[in-house]
Design a protein around this ligand. Structure first.
Ligand code: KG4
Ligand code: ZN
Length: 340
């Protein structure tokens, strides 16, 4: 019975120490996410050395916490699934080393999974019978990608950002406007109810490919902000609303193009930026207008978490349990720039 199969997921690719326990392929029994926003907030971005140190401090208690919340002990775990890349190399190594030690000590298999594959898998955790093929829009702090998903864990990249990721642009503009880190939620908050009255460029709107570019809108906001500051007459909320709209316009435009081109049965939005309310609404509307099922995971499954990592590993393992790779993980290394 697959549902008796228990996987421990570990995620330390960036600034969240996350551990989860799942049953079967998708059922979360516990999910622990220890965020480091308190440490990095004052620098306006992630400081890799500090991230690694905090992962080292937190990883053991986070594993204990996830096991306790799932009401099981380590001896009940059948598989360890850990993020192997992409991400900060030192941060990845903390999770990977811990996962290897656990799997080795308990003589159980280990799967090293791709972080982006994990985000894509969040849509299956939300709706295991998501209609396929599916277009997955992955929008996070490090990535903005469009994938065509044909099965759990099987997907092809259709396009992506050529420079800044959407979340990165949110974070940089928030810093410019004097808001806190991470910037996305702050921008969404102050933009609420404000008019997007400043015209900002919609990135790569005339190109027919499925790529994005967000450094243009970011630079345009910078120029606008400096000009407006000189006049002394401006509203930060309206600037934030205008910027947010230009990003969402670009994301919607390319998602629409991908749907027209590939005629998928569903579309999902995953990654931290998928927590953004106006973006969620816009893609829901787009799907309804185009007759495509829309799956957007709850916010806790959009931002970095280990449920998606456990699910990605469980799927790989359960589809091919006899693969010797799951048992010979001694030389498994972190891959900071691993594109799926
Ligand atoms: O997926 P994630 O947690 O980590 C990465 O893999 O990067 O994404 C983090 C990103 C940050 O850039 C953050 O500003 C953005 O997601 N984000 C948002 C919102 N919540 C988080 N962006 C826009 N609106 C939000 N509500
Ligand atoms: Zn992520």
């Amino acid at each position: 019975m697959e549902n008796d199969f228990i996987t421990l997921g570990i995620e330390t690719s960036c600034d969240e120490t996350a551990v989860a326990v799942i049953r079967g392929r998708y059922n979360a029994a516990s999910s622990v996410v220890a965020s480091q926003h308190d440490i990095h907030g004052r620098y306006g971005g992630i400081v890799p050395e500090l991230a690694c140190r905090r992962h080292v401090e937190i990883i053991a208690p986070a594993v204990d916490d996830a096991l306790a919340k799932a009401d099981i002990i380590m001896d009940n775990i059948n598989l360890v699934s850990v993020t192997r890349g992409p991400g900060l190399v030192g941060a990845l190594l903390v999770g990977l080393s811990y996962a290897k030690a656990l799997a080795w000590a308990k003589a159980i298999p280990l799967v090293g999974v791709n972080h982006l594959g994990g985000h894509v898998m969040a849509a299956f955790v939300t709706k295991p019978d998501i209609p396929l093929p599916s277009i997955s829009l992955l929008v996070s702090g490090g990535h903005t990608e469009l994938f065509l998903v044909t099965a759990p864990g099987e997907f092809e990249r259709l396009g992506g950002t050529r420079d800044d990721a959407a979340g990165e642009a949110f974070d940089k503009v928030a810093k410019l406007l004097g808001l806190g880190y991470p910037g996305g939620p702050q921008i969404e908050k102050i933009a609420e109810g404000q008019e997007a009255c400043y015209p900002l460029p919609v990135a790569m709107s005339s190109s027919k490919n499925l790529d994005f570019s967000f450094s243009g809108p970011k630079t345009a906001v910078k120029r606008l902000f400096n000009d407006l500051k000189a006049t002394g007459d401006f509203s930060t909320g309206e600037i934030a609303a205008s910027f947010q709209k230009s990003i969402i316009d670009a994301l919607e435009l390319k998602t629409r193009l991908a749907i027209e081109r590939y005629s998928p049965k569903s579309v999902s939005v995953v990654g931290g930026v998928a927590c953004n309310g106006p973006l969620r609404k816009r893609i829901e509307k787009l799907g309804a207008a185009m007759g495509v099922c829309v799956v957007i995971p709850e916010p806790a499954l959009c931002s970095d978490n280990a449920v998606m990592i456990a699910a990605a590993g469980a799927s790989l393992y359960l589809d091919n349990p006899d693969d010797p790779a799951w048992r010979s993980f001694n030389n498994l290394d972190a891959d900071p720039s691993w594109m799926p």
